[in-house]
Design a binder for this molecule. Structure first.
Ligand SMILES: O=P(O)(O)OC[C@H]1O[C@H](OP(=O)(O)OP(=O)(O)O)[C@H](O)[C@@H]1O
Ligand code: HPA
Length: 183
């Protein structure tokens, strides 16, 4: 499949001590081919539970092309957790850490009782997913499913143990000797 094929040849750069892979789905770089985006979104739809879901939720930035495409196929609206504060009534701030960054994420647009599916391009340390889940719980949402395209490291296991939610992923990778390896 295209996702696996393109991952195997993608470049790696260092961000501090973190070996960061650069791929169209996780970075929009160097170019996003519609064929790849369609394959990834179709695979998400196949494994995801979108029945009776009110909103799809992602974190800025690289979940955005995924949820946009998903929304067009499923007719479900989406909410983006932004790195910028809007100061709207009821806005929920949470702290996000990744393997190479720290910051705030802000949730707007979720009502108590909303049934949601969380989508992200990558789960690595799990720091982002912990923040997204915390914000949605504070908003009173019911999390129906969680799907990340690319899994690396221990984040999935850590988040599952900490929160009790199951996380589905399309592909599991590792970065070894400057290369992506499909596990
Ligand atoms: O499991 P973690 O270690 O938290 O890593 C995963 C997160 O890292 C990336 O987000 P980032 O905040 O770098 O934003 P981006 O989408 O703009 O790359 C990615 O989109 C995930 O949200
Ligand atoms: O290595 C990575 N590459 C792209 N996005 C990411 N998000 C977390 N880790 C990574």
């Amino acid at each position: 499949m295209l996702l696996e094929e393109t991952l195997k040849s993608c470049p790696i750069v260092k961000r501090g001590e973190y070996h960061y892979f650069i791929h169209p789905i996780s970075d929009g770089v160097p170019v996003v081919e519609p064929k790849l985006l369609r394959e990834v979104v179709m695979r998400i739809i196949k494994i995801g539970n979108f029945e009776d879901v009110d909103k799809i939720v992602t974190a800025e930035a690289m979940g955005i092309p995924l949820v946009t495409t998903l929304s067009l196929y499923t007719d479900i609206p989406y909410v983006i957790m932004r790195k910028r504060e809007y100061k709207l009534p009821g806005e929920i701030p949470v702290f996000q850490t990744t393997g190479y960054s720290k910051g705030q994420l802000y949730l707007n647009g979720i009502e108590k009782g909303d049934k949601v599916v969380i989508i992200d391009d990558v789960i690595s340390t799990g720091g982002t997913m912990i923040a997204v889940i915390e914000a949605l719980k504070r908003a009173g949402a019911e999390i129906k499913d969680i799907i990340c395209v690319i899994e690396r490291g221990e984040g999935k296991k850590i988040v599952e143990e900490k929160t009790g939610y199951k996380i589905k992923t399309l592909v599991k990778i590792d970065v070894v000797d400057g290369k992506v390896v499909i596990l």
